[in-house]
Design a protein around this ligand. Structure first.
Ligand SMILES: [Zn+2]
Length: 66
């Protein structure tokens, strides 16, 4: 059985990633949602993506409460 996966941001779980040509290192991913820039991304299934989103939302909440 093949599971459907999506490339998502490792920080916030958003699939809104786009390539940015980054000079020496070739290219990097740029997340539109949280501003993450890096070559590392995650191939996540729906569950994983949702878990990342929840985790990120929690962190955002903590920052606001601080
Ligand atoms: Zn992100």
């Amino acid at each position: 059985m093949k599971e459907k996966t999506t490339k998502v941001c490792p920080i916030c779980g958003s699939p809104k990633l786009y390539y940015e040509v980054g000079g020496k290192i070739g290219f990097v991913y740029h997340c539109k949602n949280c501003g993450y820039i890096g070559s590392f991304i995650i191939e996540a299934n729906e569950e994983m993506a949702q878990a990342l989103k929840d985790e990120y939302a929690k962190k955002q909440g903590d920052e606001i409460n601080d």
